[in-house]
Design a protein around this ligand. Sequence first.
Ligand SMILES: [Zn+2]
Length: 84
Amino acid sequence: MNVETGEIREFVNSDALQQAIRTGEWIKLDKMPDQRCKKCYGTGSLGKDVETHLYIPCRCVKKKGETDKVLDRIREAICQEAQP
Ligand SMILES: [Zn+2]
């Protein structure tokens, strides 16, 4: 999932995925969004985070308990970037 646009796509192979993750814009989802999910309505994201302005992955695309850890990593990365 692209955290800047909310776009979800499948990568042709794991190399392409790893390369995309290195850009910092893409995060790996554990599964495709649940079309019946009541939180994201199948979009896989909960909209933008007010602080980071990045899309928040829904719980239905992550293994149990993973969502918050991913968000923490994103926030950490942003904090490091913001420092001079
Ligand atoms: Zn969902």
